[in-house]
Design a protein around this ligand. Structure first.
Ligand code: UDP
Ligand code: MN
Length: 255
């Protein structure tokens, strides 16, 4: 295939950048053949930017305040939509025919390049309200027209949850469902343990939603144990996988 396709993520600060570095390594470990693109803002340190540039195929700096059209001016009056709005920049990556957006707190466990066979807009159900998709992993087609439409929609309708997930669910009401295995919210084994026992080994992407991220835990290199000082509900196996990648491939390169 000659199509240009990419995995895309976003990070606005050095903390999420650690997640991105592990995410990139997880994609490489499963042998993706697609490009890896990181959108960043000016909230990152220079050293972290350099590290990301070394690790990803492309780093794109995006900035809310740079744009001059009316829609963007309206958005300046909506600081609540800050990071949400920034995520929408992924539709501007029109040098790619198709992309898979993934949150920086996702971890790829198996090759997921087959996602590029899906059309815009495809995503996995959210376990909290399965009629909605979770916006941590989605297949989309970059388009300036869609980008403008999404901005307009954001200004006019806002987001029912204050984030990108509410906004995108209101906009893409006819989304295509992909398997939960492509965006397994790492806490879900608490709500449906038998299903997790049955299907957990097939999980392709773990997603560490919530305020406590894998990089907020600590890890004992000698025992290979992740400490759960604060309750996070993360699945220990997924957490260990994240930390093993961090220790073996990311830690020594950090600024
Ligand atoms: N993000 C970011 N900086 C922030 C918050 C979020 O770069 O301060 C990006 C990052 O890619 C993150 C995504 O936006 O993974 C969505 O946020 P998060 O994963 O924290 O939300 P959750 O999945 O926990 O609902
Ligand atoms: Mn997330």
């Amino acid at each position: 295939s000659t199509a240009k396709e990419a995995y895309v993520t976003l990070c606005t600060n050095d903390s999420y950048a650690i997640g991105v570095l592990v995410w990139v390594e997880s994609l490489k470990e499963v042998g993706t053949t697609r490009q890896i693109v990181v959108m960043i803002t000016n909230g990152l340190s220079q050293k972290m930017k350099e590290q990301l540039a070394e690790s990803a195929d492309k780093v794109v700096e995006v900035n809310v305040l740079d744009s001059r059209d009316n829609v963007n001016l309206d958005l300046l009056a909506r600081p609540d939509l800050g990071v949400t709005f920034t995520k929408l920049h992924c539709w501007r990556l029109t040098e790619y025919d198709k992309c898979v957006f993934m949150d920086a707190d996702t971890l790829v466990l198996k090759n997921i390049d087959d996602l590029f066979e899906k059309e815009e807009f495809s995503a996995a159900p959210d376990p909290g309200w399965p009629d909605c998709f979770n916006s941590g992993v989605y297949v989309y087609k970059p388009s300036l027209e869609t980008y403008q439409k999404l901005l307009k929609f954001a200004v006019q309708s806002g987001s029912f949850d204050g984030g990108d997930q509410g906004l995108l669910n209101s906009y893409y009401t006819n989304w295509n469902r992909i398997s939960f295995l492509y965006n397994c919210v790492a806490q879900s084994f608490y709500s449906y343990l038998p299903a997790f026992k049955q299907f957990g080994k097939d999980v392709k992407v773990a997603h560490f939603i919530g305020a406590v991220k894998p990089w907020h835990h600590s890890f004992d290199v000698s025992t290979g144990k992740v400490s759960e000082s604060e309750f996070s509900g993360h699945c220990a196996d997924f957490l260990r996988h994240w930390w093993n990648l961090f220790v073996s491939r990311v830690h020594k390169r950090l600024p």
